[in-house]
Ligand binder design. Structure first.
Ligand SMILES: Cc1cc2nc3c(=O)[nH]c(=O)nc-3n(C[C@H](O)[C@H](O)[C@H](O)COP(=O)(O)OP(=O)(O)OC[C@H]3O[C@@H](n4cnc5c(N)ncnc54)[C@H](O)[C@@H]3O)c2cc1C
Ligand code: FES
Length: 270
């Protein structure tokens, strides 16, 4: 339950309201994590929030997280500067079942800030490229200015065996890329539904429609995985804040096989 002190080693603005922090444990003990896990970040005197780990799982001495400033605690986290301290509990929660993608096509579908929790899968997949048939990254966001990790997406798109599809909801005349919903791009990029494992993360409505589009295109539902978010307090299954039907998301998730949450995702305000 006790947060460990970490020092902010680097702070990188990503979007207008979003920064990436690189942190290191003061005691020198690496955090170690699996793609999909999250931590509880604690700012002294302000509060604690759940944030996904967005770094490379093999670079275990650095904790990398991308945070959007939406309220009191996330504002305080985003305001931290190099050299300042933060409390960290974790890693917590379930992981993306990346090993299931071995000898198959891997499709990562991300919407908006959902690219942050899926980026560790991409690092893992690139490190294990020869064990996968292919890597497809499908990313959708509101506008070109809202594209997260834009330079990295560009770099991945020129990597052998990797395809990147980016789409935005709306754009000015200077945007030469695709405009439209990520759910339209998903079936267009799906190579072989029976031989694909998909990891989907983003706003809940986007995940619902993306998972449905994959299933409609012929993917078995158990090969589709989603990452759920709810307000969290304890992060370890004690307080009940993150309940979703029979699940506590901090303990049983955040990553779930789609069939486990499919019906719950359609219940309004559950
Ligand atoms: C497992 C998990 C992983 C997460 N990963 C990230 C991440 O990588 N980067 C990131 O920026 N955020 C992430 N979040 C969301 C983050 O925890 C919330 O934005 C944060 O708790 C907001 O706290 P606050 O005090 O700043 O704002 P608050 O004042 O608590 O909330 C501000 C607004 O955000 C809404 N809100 C709060 N929490 C959530 C939530 N979990 N989902 C949707 N809306 C919410 C509130 O209803 C309110 O409208 C994650 C949440 C979970 C549960
Ligand atoms: S956050 Fe307390 S039970 Fe999940």
């Amino acid at each position: 339950m006790l947060p460990r002190p970490f020092e902010i080693r680097a702070r990188r603005p990503e979007l207008a309201d979003c920064v990436t922090l690189e942190m290191a444990a003061v005691d020198g003990q690496p955090l170690g994590f699996a793609p999909g896990q999250f931590t509880m970040l604690y700012v002294h005197g302000v509060g604690e929030i759940a944030i996904s780990i967005s770094g490379d799982p093999t670079a275990s001495d650095t904790l990398t997280q991308t945070i959007r400033s939406v309220g009191a605690v996330s504002n305080a986290v985003c305001d931290l500067q190099e050299g300042q301290m933060i409390g960290v509990r974790g890693p917590l929660g379930t992981a993306w079942p990346v090993e299931r993608a071995i000898d198959k096509h891997l499709m990562v579908v991300a919407g908006g800030l959902g690219l942050a929790p899926t980026r560790p899968i991409i690092y893992w997949a690139l490190a294990n490229r020869d064990r996968l048939k292919s890597i497809d990254i499908v990313y959708g966001t509101r506008s070109p200015e809202q594209i997260l990790y834009a330079q990295q997406l560009l770099g991945w798109s020129t990597t052998d065996g990797v395809r990147v599809g980016v789409t935005v909801d709306r754009a000015g005349h200077d945007w030469t890329g695709r405009v439209g919903l990520v759910t339209d791009l998903v079936p267009a990029m799906l190579r072989d539904p029976a031989e694909t494992v998909a990891m989907v993360c983003g706003p809940e409505i986007m995940m619902r429609f993306a998972a449905q589009a994959l299933a409609d295109a012929g993917m078995p539902e158990h090969d589709i995985h989603v990452s759920m978010e709810r307000n969290m307090k304890c992060g370890i299954g004690w307080c009940g804040h993150c309940q979703l039907g029979p699940h506590l998301i901090c303990r049983d998730g955040p990553v779930f096989p789609y069939p486990a949450v499919r019906d719950l995702m359609t219940v309004w305000e559950l």
